[in-house]
Design a binder for this molecule. Structure first.
Ligand SMILES: Cc1cc2nc3c(=O)[nH]c(=O)nc-3n(C[C@H](O)[C@H](O)[C@H](O)COP(=O)(O)OP(=O)(O)OC[C@H]3O[C@@H](n4cnc5c(N)ncnc54)[C@H](O)[C@@H]3O)c2cc1C
Length: 525
């Protein structure tokens, strides 16, 4: 399991690694083996840095993991992502690491469908086709649709020119260089839609993507939603053959091939610093690992008041800023493995089901500690795009999810989980009429607390800090911290949540460290 254990001569019979204190400090220890940590470590290892990834779970991947029950494979969270083409964020990283031919991606087009009571919207992978599809349904909104999508495109272009850190020399020119990011910095999705679109049903259709951030349109950042939406058109929507785990595994392969080290099942309990500079980490099983740099990919509130030893003073301006940030809702997910092969319904594997055109009521219920039975839900049939998710001779995998509170009124009792799974099953059956309860072989129910336990994410947050205007762009914590040599990567930092974004975060931090602009130097430098 652990390459580190091999490098230092010890893997115990329990499978735990036994890292002896290294003679020389690691150039970098990465806390957390999610996609951001793995990408960062892979790029550093490829440049011959001595890198160690400490991951508390026995499997690397964080949110991007798969699990198996009775031979059925399920992806814990990630359903699809962008950037897998040769020049995309993921494709180009894999090429840089020399592993691009060792994983296969499947492009989804149309990527998904939105099932409203009176119509189905097909989300094409092409912006042109999507625009035409909307125009057919809402011909009177021609100029509104054109202007709105063009605005989103302009925003996307500016975001993609934006460096993760703005050098001071460029800060004065920011407004001139990034006029849309400046003008819409504090804009909420619903306000911008109201300014462009008259028909409330079309506003809802164009706002659907806010639900990926588990936020209502009235709270979601227009910039963040535009970036996600346009990213899908620009870079396509994909799944990996072999499921979500395959993407994490290929990064693990890249790290190991370059003699980078991974310590799985190894929880970091402390990040030590002396005189304002990081010196290493301590693991839950009592090992001390010296490091010149530490990259933390977990919630910064946990990093600075939990792991950092000594912790940051509560009056420190950085801590006060962190303490003011908030997370979004999480998810309740039901996974089923069924022997039924023909579930009926449309062949699209990604569906979103809406009972009406109101995207706000479910969040009003959540704010009151309740779950709304009419909340929009996701219905996925992952085995339709990855047959290998199902054991030989069996039917399909189905996954249904709704947004959920970490601690709803009355808690996550067995009765509540069962009742919610029952509701989701009935809703799935409405679009998959052949889905038969008697033929379900496997059921697995995942609450926000389970997501938190498996991924370490505070409150089961799916995308780090909520993507509200006050917490995105330059208002999201950056990679540098007040402790020299301690950095952040992943969805709690810039650019934000989602597979492609956290890979950007990990890769760009590594690139910056390799440029040695932190002045700390490399091993033996
Ligand atoms: C339900 C759900 C659905 C999603 N759907 C999609 C989707 O369809 N498309 C998309 O693009 N994105 C999706 N996302 C978001 C995406 O998965 C995440 O933004 C991204 O994977 C986060 O990567 P990360 O590296 O920042 O963090 P994580 O994946 O959270 O990795 C952090 C790692 O740190 C480890 N860790 C925590 N504490 C410690 C410690 N003390 N010591 C050692 N290790 C530690 C954890 O075990 C974990 O492996 C979804 C997320 C969820 C939860």
């Amino acid at each position: 399991m652990s390459e580190t254990a091999k490098a230092h001569g010890g893997q115990s019979s329990t499978g735990k690694m036994s890292v002896l204190p290294a003679v020389e400090p690691y150039d970098c220890v990465v806390v957390g083996g999610g996609l951001s940590g793995l990408s960062c470590a892979a790029v550093l290892a490829a440049a011959r840095w001595r890198v160690l990834v400490c991951e508390k779970q026995p499997t690397a991947g964080g949110c991007c993991i798969s699990f198996w029950r009775k031979g059925y494979r399920f992806d814990l969270s990630v359903q699809s992502y962008s950037g897998c083409g040769p020049d995309g964020v993921i494709g180009s990283l894999l090429r840089q690491l020399g592993v691009e031919n060792e994983i296969e991606f499947q492009r989804l087009d149309p990527a998904r469908e939105y099932l409203f009571p009176d119509r189905t919207i097909h989300l094409s992978a092409s912006l042109e086709s999507y625009r035409e599809h909307l125009l057919e349904q809402f011909p009177r909104e021609r100029s509104g649709i054109a202007n709105y999508l063009r605005l989103q495109q302009d925003i996307f272009d500016e975001i993609h020119r934006l460096p993760v850190e703005i050098p001071l020399s460029a800060a004065a020119r920011f407004e001139r260089d990034y006029p849309h990011l400046t003008a819409y910095r504090r804009a909420r999705l619903s306000d911008v839609l109201a300014a462009h679109i008259s028909d409330p049903r079309l506003r809802t259709i164009l706002a659907v993507r806010s639900s990926y951030f588990a936020l209502p349109p009235s709270q979601a950042s227009f910039l963040a939603v535009s970036n996600m939406e346009m990213n899908y058109f620009a870079e396509g929507v994909y799944v990996a053959r072999g499921g979500a785990q395959a993407l994490s595994d290929i990064l693990v392969t890249a790290i190991k091939r370059q003699s980078g080290e991974l310590a799985l099942g190894t929880e970091v309990k402390r990040i030590r610093h002396e005189r304002g500079r990081v010196v290493g980490v301590e693991t839950a099983d009592g090992q001390t690992i010296a490091a010149r740099r530490v990259v933390a990919t977990i919630a910064p509130t946990v990093v600075f008041h939990g792991l950092l030893d000594p912790p940051l003073a509560s009056r420190h301006h950085y801590w006060r800023r962190l303490a003011s940030l908030r997370t979004s809702a999480s998810y309740f997910i039901a996974f089923w493995g069924t022997t039924t092969d023909d579930l009926g319904g449309s062949p699209n594997a990604n569906k979103e089901v809406f009972e009406d055109y109101d995207l706000e009521h479910e969040y009003a219920a959540l704010a009151a500690g309740k779950m709304d039975p009419r909340a929009p839900c996701f219905i996925l049939i992952p085995s339709l795009v990855g047959r290998e998710a199902v054991p030989e001779g069996r039917g399909q995998t189905v996954c249904a999810s709704v947004k959920a509170l970490y601690a709803p009124d009355g808690g996550w009792t067995r009765e509540r989980r069962k009742a919610l799974a029952g509701q989701l099953f009935e809703r799935a059956r409405r679009c998959l009429p052949g889905f038969d309860r008697a033929q379900i072989e496997v059921t697995e129910l995942v609450t926000p607390a389970v997501i938190e336990r498996l991924t370490g994410n505070l409150n089961g947050s799916p995308y780090g800090w909520a993507h509200v205007p006050e917490q995105v762009g330059l208002d999201r914590p950056g990679p540098a911290t007040p402790i020299r040599g301690l950095y952040l990567a992943g969805h709690w930092t810039r650019p934000g949540g989602g597979v492609a974004s956290v890979i950007v975060s990990g890769r760009s931090l590594a690139t910056r460290l390799l440029a040695r602009d932190d002045g700390i130097g490399k091993d033996k430098a």
